[in-house]
Design a protein around this ligand. Structure first.
Ligand code: OVV
Length: 409
């Protein structure tokens, strides 16, 4: 995607004095065990140069936060992946919220905040709890199951499209579409290319599902079109915002819930603590978002020549922000590799930071909390009984399979 750009472009040449890292943060070996690579990135220097992708990166908490805070110097409007929209082709129509700066972003973000407000979340709790109750009872009967398809995928794939007011037919397209969109923030590698054919028909289908005539008379979709009727958005913007919710809200929560279950299964002492006090479920989920970082990394683009951590950065330079590394930066976190549900995980960047911080975070937390609390109330043990298998994605970290056994209290 970046081929064909002349090497004389200052944005594509390493600033003097930066450590040059040859590692590929988008290959299978990296994903198999990213943690030693994170340490290399963090310890090399505050900023490093990725020679394979001609961009700057940082894995340090303070710098990740500094860049995410400063949307004027570090723009999202040129894409939050490796591709620079000022130079290269967009893979999909540009998002009016994720890939936008104020003032465009302000209006779309405020619409999304209204649709996903804390009041709306409170109204969903009872229904989510009922769905979780039924699902966990069924899994307790089975005792042995796969924590990904049977739980981490099933729960959000039920409650989320239902709350949005989406039709039942075709929902199996949601995961492959999300998988491809999140791959598209990285390079056109094998992981990206493999996810393409599975999602192709899903895109056309998704486009149709975002129209008002295909949405239920209640739910997030309807709420978005109420904002259209009130004059806050035009019809097409309403559709694009519904589409954004569906692209951003499924795979992320699947990986968040899967990550939460994995974290607890790997730390029996922490599960015991949670089983004793299920009120800790919200904290257990938050700590899992820090520990796993379902959204591993995003990019920003330098909007004008500037300086960061004493380094001159040319306009157009891409900055790779390793959220997962920041979430385990020992400069910020005590014993960062330990999953500890009583830790004050607040301040982690698993949902990002600043004006683009995950707009669905309260929905994600509601789903995560309810699933973990329901397991904790009903199951005395949660055990991994086979190898956890990763699902490779250029942006998202999560599992394809988690063989589990749970025993009723
Ligand atoms: C965070 C995210 C993921 C995917 C799509 C979008 C946002 C969007 O705004 O379209």
């Amino acid at each position: 995607m970046t081929s064909g750009i002349p090497k004389s472009d200052p944005a594509l040449v390493p600033p003097p004095g930066l450590p040059i890292l040859d590692l590929d943060p988008f290959d299978y070996a990296y994903f198999d065990n990213p943690y030693p690579h994170h340490a290399i990135m963090r310890e090399a220097a505050p900023l490093f140069w990725l020679s394979r992708y001609n961009c700057i990166g940082t894995g340090r908490y303070d710098l990740v936060v500094e860049v995410l805070k400063d949307w004027e110097r570090f723009t999202s409007a040129r894409g939050v992946g490796l591709v620079d929209y000022a130079k290269d082709e967009r893979f999909r129509p540009q998002s009016m919220i994720l890939e936008a700066d104020p003032p465009v972003h302000t209006r779309t973000r405020s619409a999304m905040m209204k649709v996903l407000s804390p009041r709306v979340m409170r109204g969903l709790r009872k229904h989510f709890e009922n769905v979780a109750d039924e699902l966990i009872d069924e899994l307790l009967d089975r005792e042995v199951f796969d924590g990904i398809p049977d739980l981490a995928e099933r729960f959000p794939l039920t409650v989320f499209p239902d709350s949005l007011g989406m039709k039942r037919e075709g929902r199996e397209n949601l995961l492959p579409v999300g998988d491809l969109v999140f791959n598209s923030f990285g390079p056109e590698n094998e992981i990206f290319l493999k996810s393409k054919p599975l999602a192709e028909k899903g895109f056309a289908w998704l486009e149709m599902q975002c129209r008002r005539e295909n949405l239920a008379p209640t739910g997030f979709g309807k709420a978005m079109f109420d904002l259209v009727d009130e004059g806050h958005l035009v019809e097409r913007e309403g559709e694009v915002m519904v589409r954004a919710m569906l692209m951003a809200g499924v795979d992320t929560t699947v990986n968040g819930i899967g990550g939460g279950i994995y974290s607890l299964a790997k730390a029996p002492d922490q599960y015991a603590k949670l089983a004793e006090n299920p009120d800790l479920a919200r904290d257990a989920f938050e700590e899992a978002v820090r520990w796993i970082s379902p959204a591993q990394a995003f990019f920003r683009t330098v909007s004008q020549d500037t300086e960061l951590a004493g380094v001159h950065l040319a306009e157009g330079t891409k900055i790779f922000l390793v959220l997962s590394s920041a979430n385990r930066d020992p400069r910020k976190w005590e014993n960062p590799d330990r999953y500890d549900i009583t830790r004050k995980a607040i301040g982690h960047v698993g949902f990002g930071h600043g004006i683009h911080m995950c707009v669905g975070q309260n929905l994600a937390r509601l789903e995560g909390e309810i699933i973990l609390a329901t397991i904790a109330r009903k199951a005395k043990s949660l055990e991994l009984i086979g190898p956890a298998k990763l699902r490779y994605n250029n942006t998202l970290r999560g599992f394809a399979s988690l063989p589990l056994r749970i025993k009723a209290k």
